[in-house]
Design a protein around this ligand. Structure first.
Ligand SMILES: [Zn+2]
Length: 273
């Protein structure tokens, strides 16, 4: 199995492009494209391995989160993907996706980098092993988040919300007005259908995790009717920009530098047989 320090999981905000080729970054060379790897949970979705040239070249494994595609469940897809990441020795995982905003001030078109979450999903099969107690005190890597935030700011294109709470629901449908109201009262800032189990699995394999989420609409009931045309427009207009933010974030990071406590929040379980 090859090796990669970094992983990028694509979601709805890069869905309409072929990543990373479409970004047109001359520093990138593809090592393998759409490779399927066997895992204890079945064959992985197609995954691409590439290298970013530089003083210290960086290898990145990337794939789309395939649980929405109908050919496998989210739980299986996540476990397949993170089993491969584990084998590759991935140390830092970046993800992206779209979210609905619960706050009027968080307008569609902005970017949200949550630092916490509330898990309302009912997915239970979300671990690879039972070896660790996963402490979720600081679920998002503060080092990646800081770097990603400064790159978003440098683009001068997005209103950035650099902290906040991501409420995770199961989907595929969106939430009702009453559900959105309830999630807002509970402290959530935006709603989406990713973030978990990825954040659990990243911690389990000893990797840092940070997600970048494009605000694509208002959650139901926040405004009388959210704008489908804006939602659709963002789906096609932003992928290259979002992708280049992710790539620049990887370029800015040092895989071996441990200025965060992400790895210490994974503790060997006491529940050993
Ligand atoms: Zn970290």
């Amino acid at each position: 199995m090859p090796n990669a320090d970094f992983a990028i999981i694509g979601g709805s905000s890069t869905f309409s492009v072929s990543f990373p080729e479409d970004i047109g970054d001359d520093n990138i060379s593809i090592i393998s494209k759409d490779e399927v790897y066997p895992t204890p949970f079945g064959d992985s979705p197609p995954m691409t391995l590439f290298e970013i040239a530089g003083k210290a070249p960086k290898k990145v494994i990337t794939c789309r989160m395939h649980g929405w595609m109908g050919d496998r469940t989210r739980a299986d897809s996540s476990r397949q993907i993170f089993s491969v990441f584990k084998e590759f020795g991935v140390k830092k995982v970046l993800a992206e996706g779209g979210v609905g905003s619960i706050k009027k001030s968080m307008k569609p078109g902005g970017i949200f980098i949550p630092n916490d979450y509330i898990d309302f999903s009912v997915r239970k099969d979300v671990s690879i092993t039972n070896d660790y107690l996963l402490v979720m005190r600081e679920p998002v890597c503060p080092v990646i988040s800081k770097s990603m935030s400064s790159i978003v700011k440098s683009r001068d294109r997005y209103t950035l919300f650099e902290t906040g709470v991501y409420a995770v629901t199961d989907g595929r449908h969106f939430e009702s007005c009453a559900e959105v109201r309830a999630l807002g009262i509970l402290g959530a800032d935006a709603i989406g259908q990713s973030f978990v189990p990825e954040v659990y699995l990243a911690r389990e394999i000893g990797a840092c995790y940070c997600g970048l989420y494009l605000i694509v609409n208002y959650a139901e009931g926040v405004v009388p009717e959210w704008d489908y045309h804006k939602f659709k427009g963002l789906f096609y207009s932003e992928p290259k920009n979002i992708s280049s933010i992710l790539l620049d974030t990887v370029k800015s990071l040092n895989a071996d530098e441990e200025k965060c406590s992400c790895r210490q929040l994974r503790i060997e379980t006491l529940l050993k047989k």
